[in-house]
Design a protein around this ligand. Sequence first.
Ligand code: PLP
Length: 412
Amino acid sequence: MKITEKLKNKLGPLGDHAHYAHGYYTYPRLEGEISNKMIFNGKEKLVWSLNNYLGLANHPEVRKADAEGAAKYGMAYPMGARMMSGNTKLHEEFEAKVADYVKKEDAFLMNYGYQGMVSIIDSIVDRHDVIVYDSESHACIIDGMRLHIGKRFVFKHNDIEDCRKQLERAEKIVKETGGAILVITEGVFGMRGDQGKLKEIAELKKQFEFTLLVDDAHGIGCMGPTGAGTGEEQGVQNEIDLYFGTFAKSFAGIGGFVASTKDVIMFLKYNMRSQIYAKALPMPMVYGALKRLELMRSHPEYREKLWQITRALQNGLKNAGFDIGVTNSPVTPVYLNGGIPEATALVSDLRENHNVFCSMVVYPVVPKGMIILRLIPTAVHTLDDVERTIDVFKIIRKNLTEGKYSPQAVQN
Ligand SMILES: Cc1ncc(COP(=O)(O)O)c(C=O)c1O
């Protein structure tokens, strides 16, 4: 059978849902200005699905900088990879400024967070080294490890005792191979919203020798007194050896960066394949990222507003008896019980009858019988949005408990 034939009938665990989900639950088209309210299927919805934490996506100064960057340089500039012909003063200026923001000596820009993380992992370990990582690591971490031909040990999510055990195993191996240990975790876990236990992991450095790489995709801009991330929040930014941030969330752009010591960044500049063998991040993105960074640093009130909305939403949901799990970041999961048919009926009711748009997560991403409605508060939401959403959530919970979303009820 040809591969192209085989693919037609085998869409994979997520694609198996495409026949009913595509274009509505998956690949929905959100239209209009990026804000707390957007258009879906021709009607305005209150949107809780965007990682636009600080509200920068549609900030007038950001829009102006993006337009200026595109007008001044075009999307083609610079031509080529950084190493050969694609380096610019602006790329270097951004790297110096973002390194200063996250309190590291130097930084390196990346075209995408995902590819960047894969490539960081790939470049810094060899077959003698061992990776120890959190079991709920993002796909980019998992895919980075797929390229690693040495050993890897997973520890149970945020379980420091298990992390210690895996470090003991890793230590035995590197004693034989002469390699070193890399520990990878996240600043904020994007699904449950709990912070990685960076402080406790950093403590383990007293007992074990390892390098700590932290993916702070959801933490940069949101966490810590200056928004410098989850390491700052937990007072252990110095203990993070390689700090990774993406532009896909707070920065409301595309691309990312890794920050570390000058030596490590120099190594990455000459070994990170996703940057050496790929065209540089386009100039308008860098020009726009500089503006975003400036706004992030000079307007702490955006972060304060994000947290005001976060607290109102999370306290409101908890007071109304909802289970929001162990989040200690803006990411707000609401855990409900039900199968995929209930989840789809419930989300459709939310969207069509209550005009609230949020993302749902069901099996196989979470265990069977669990529905997660994932809400992302931002600085452009209002307290009215929060109040309305909690009222609507009470209605859908009641419907769910009364069986109104069961396949039989929906059919009638
Ligand atoms: C934890 C985490 N790491 C990495 C990425 C990938 O970043 P990007 O979207 O910039 O490729 C994401 C998603 O955006 C993420 O949630």
